[in-house]
Structure formats: C-alpha cells, structure tokens
Design a binder for this molecule. Structure first.
Ligand code: ATP
Length: 300
C-alpha cells in the first residue's frame, strides 16, 4: 500500500470543568468530549525521504509548526522509519476554534502512518506517544463520547451520546487558549459543571439530562472579552436550541436541537449576523465513525 486517505474529526465539549492548576503550569480538567461530523481529510503517501506537507489552507504553517508535521516527525524518529512521507491536508475544521482541529490531524497522521508503514503500534501506545503533541491528541485517537480527566489524557469510553442535531458557529475572532487559561480565576468560580451527572445522563441515553447539564467554566473568561459568544448562545436558544454552549476555550459556539429543520432555520437566520463566520449543521459522530484516522481509501 502506497497511499492512504483518512479523516480527522472535530470535537465539542459537552461539559468542561477545571479542577485545579498543576505545578507544571497545566490544568487538571474534567471534560465530556464528543466527536462531531465535521472533518479534515488527509492523504498520506509513502515517499523516498523527508516529510512534505501541503494544504488547501494558505494560512496554516506547512513546516514543523504544523501538528501534522510534528506527528509525522514523532513517528519517523521513534520508529526509525527509513523512508519519507508526503501529506496533503484538506482543512474543513475551523482553525483555533476550540474544536481540536490540529490535535485531530496529528492523531490521524499517527494512525495513518501506523497502518501505511505496518508499524503495529497499539492504540494505547499511540495515545501515550500522542500526549507529547497535545493533551487532546489521545482523545482524538479514541473518538466518540468520552470522559477526559487529568490534563485530558485519562480517558473513559462512554456510550454514544443521544442523537440530536447541532448548529456549530465559529465567529470571526481569534481566541488564544493560553490567554483563556491564564485569565481563569478558579477561586471565583462558584458553580462547577455537574460532570458526573452528565456522564450518568449519557449512560441513561437522556438528551434532556445532557443538555440540562451542559456547562463550560472557560466561558467566564472568553465571554467577558467577546460578547459575540453570549450573543450567539442567546440567538440559538431563542431560535429553537435546547441549550447552547461554547466549546473548549472558544470561540466556537454550538447549539443542540432536537429537530434538524429548526437547526437549519436558525442557520439561515444567522446568515445576516455580523461576525457569524463559519456555520455548520451537523450531528454527533458515533464511536465507530468519529475518530481521527478513519480510513476512507487505500491505493496501491
Ligand atoms: P484545541 O481545541 O485543542 O484548543 P483549537 O481548535 O483551539 O484546538 P487548532 O485549530 O488546533 O486550535 O489550532 C491552533 C493553532 O495551531 C493555530 O493557530 C494553527 O496555526 C496551529 N496549527 C498547527 N497545526 C495545525 C493544524 N494541522 N490544523 C490547525 N491548526 C494548526
């Protein structure tokens, strides 16, 4: 096999809590992660030597600053691969959005190279290696619905979350994850998300139980800086969403709808709103489908 085409799925956080700041500067978190049907496509091709990266997104770095490149380098070096690889990235996941786009691409490259070069690395080992690239990489390797603890790398697989429709909106603003965590005043947080209750609701298959507990402590920082996020959440809830929330450190906002028609109608109405940016109506991606590195084609 010479070429492999794979997908890298985006995630949203149905719940995000920060437990404490660790001495190494990282934060201990408790998050309910969910892959959604928005994905990048990566084509991996064996080459003679080196790493070549191309992408359909001009703004992204194509060198060692890209997580795709870093993931390829990590596998090349740790597995002493004597050949090279050329990778083409078709970017659909909004960038710097709180949807783990870069982490998912990295996870997909690791899984893809494992297959392409017949490395035989277990998923557990890939996760252990992947955390060096980013705390969300192990989850992206796993995909589906999961509880993520520690810095995000301690994963518990959950049953697929109940079916629903999502309106996902990435406003035209840039939010730095570092800035959000640095400005989070943990001692001021009076109400922490009920993560255990949400896990229970997922186990029971109750969409209402999930939406009733959707919360993200990072919103306190990002909404203060960017009122558009509050505006988008209100808009979605006034237009049929059971609940709307910011994903990760933002600025992406997603609303949960029981009916696809209502999600589409809200998307249409949003068309005229300034700064609305990229909009998608989508669904959760079940664990058999939604993980980084889902193979969609093999050649040669
Ligand atoms: P997270 O949810 O994990 O915080 P994010 O959605 O906020 O991730 P990304 O889209 O992963 O953020 O990208 C953040 C930054 O990383 C961007 O500014 C971008 O320049 C850089 N980057 C490096 N590699 C990639 C990649 N493959 N895709 C997107 N961004 C990348």
């Amino acid at each position: 096999m010479d070429t492999l085409e794979i997908r890298a799925y985006a995630k949203v956080n149905l719940g995000l809590d920060v437990v404490r700041k660790l001495e190494n500067g990282y934060h201990e978190v408790r998050m309910v992660m969910q892959t959604v049907n928005i994905y990048d496509t990566l084509t991996l091709k064996r080459a003679e030597k080196g790493i070549e990266l191309t992408a359909d997104n001009e703004a992204l770095p194509k060198d060692e600053n890209n997580l795709v490149y870093k993931a390829a380098r990590l596998l090349m070096d740790s597995c002493h691969i004597g050949e090279g690889i050329s990778i083409h990235l078709e970017k659909r996941i909004p960038v710097a959005a709180g949807m783990a786009g870069g982490s998912s691409d990295a996870a997909a490259v690791m899984k893809g190279m494992n297959e392409l070069f017949s490395l035989g690395i277990s998923e557990e080992e890939l996760c252990r290696m992947g955390v060096n690239l980013g705390a969300d990489v192990p989850y992206c390797i796993m995909g589906g619905t999961a509880l993520a603890e520690g810095i995000g790398e301690k994963l518990t697989r959950l049953p697929d979350a109940p079916d629903c429709f999502l309106l996902v909106v990435k406003p035209d603003i840039d939010v730095s994850t570092k800035y959000v965590y640095e400005h989070l005043a943990l001692s001021n947080i009076k109400r922490h998300p009920d993560i255990d209750g949400m896990v229970e609701a997922i186990r029971k298959g109750s969409l209402q139980g999930v939406t009733g507990r959707m919360d993200n402590v990072l919103q306190s920082v990002t909404e203060r800086e960017y009122p558009i996020i509050t505006g988008l959440k209100c808009f979605m809830e006034e237009n049929g969403a059971c609940k709307a929330l910011m994903s990760g450190s933002g600025p992406t906002v997603f609303g949960i709808f029981e009916e696809e028609g209502k999600a589409n109608a809200a998307k249409k109405r949003l068309g005229g709103m300034q700064l609305a940016g990229q909009c998608f109506v989508t669904t959760f991606s079940p664990k058999e489908e939604g993980y980084a590195g889902k193979f969609t084609g093999k050649h040669g």
